[in-house]
Design a protein around this ligand. Structure first.
Ligand code: CA
Length: 220
């Protein structure tokens, strides 16, 4: 069972997140200060950290900086009321893996937690490569091989490819792809999924991703 550390000083939010994670089968531990977050993150007992930026003692960015400098590599999802582009960029450059602005829906956070835990799976080399037919995706180097040739993927294309490769032959709806790849609600009228499927088809071959009319897409 994955252990998730939640560093959040607002009790209401912390208990909402902890309850939801528990219901989803994770084992959450909550701390409300940056100091405790650093202490527990350094134990190596956790698989993922959900980090609030506005903590009472140490700013979340500094917490992130300290734990990354001390060699902690677990995925970190920043959770914060600050939603400016500057903060997002600073968070990601500072070593965060993802970023969520409050207010948020729990489902959105859960989708990101799942995504991050999956991409960090098996540091021992168990499942670093997922493949189907002659496609293989290396989760460490984030490179995709199509037959013998390697193709470069953008971050979104990578996650989209990963989602297809983890569910070969299965029809994935636009909504499923949106929540798994983008992790939050887009305008349901948005064509972002179709656009990225088109990008990915250019790289892997159009015939590999089939359109299932009225339902979604399928990796064949
Ligand atoms: Ca706070």
């Amino acid at each position: 069972m994955s252990q998730i550390l939640i560093a959040e000083d607002e009790g209401r939010i912390a208990s909402f997140v902890a309850k939801g994670l528990k219901a989803a089968g994770y084992s959450p531990v909550h701390v409300s200060t940056g100091r405790d977050a650093i202490d527990l993150a350094s134990t190596g007992d956790f698989d993922l950290l959900i980090l609030d930026l506005g903590l009472p003692d140490i700013d979340g960015f500094d917490v992130l900086d300290v734990i990354r400098s001390s060699g902690v590599t677990m995925p970190v999802i920043i959770l914060t009321a600050r939603s400016s582009v500057t903060d997002t960029v600073a968070g990601l450059e500072g070593g965060a893996d993802d970023y969520m602005a409050k207010p948020f829906r729990f489902e959105e956070l859960l989708a990101r937690v799942r995504l991050r835990l999956r991409s960090e799976a098996a540091p021992g080399g168990e499942t670093n490569v997922i493949s189907h037919a002659d496609l293989s995706l290396d989760l460490r180097t984030r490179r995709l091989k199509v037959g013998a040739s390697e193709v470069d993927l953008s971050a979104r294309e990578f996650t989209l490819a990963e989602t297809f490769l983890r569910n070969p032959g299965q029809v994935l709806s636009r909504e499923q792809l949106l929540s798994r790849v983008w992790g939050y609600d887009f305008d349901p009228g948005s064509n972002v999924v179709d656009v990225y499927v088109r990008y990915l088809r250019k790289k892997v071959g159009a015939q590999r991703i089939e359109t299932v009319r009225g339902m979604g897409y399928r990796l064949v």
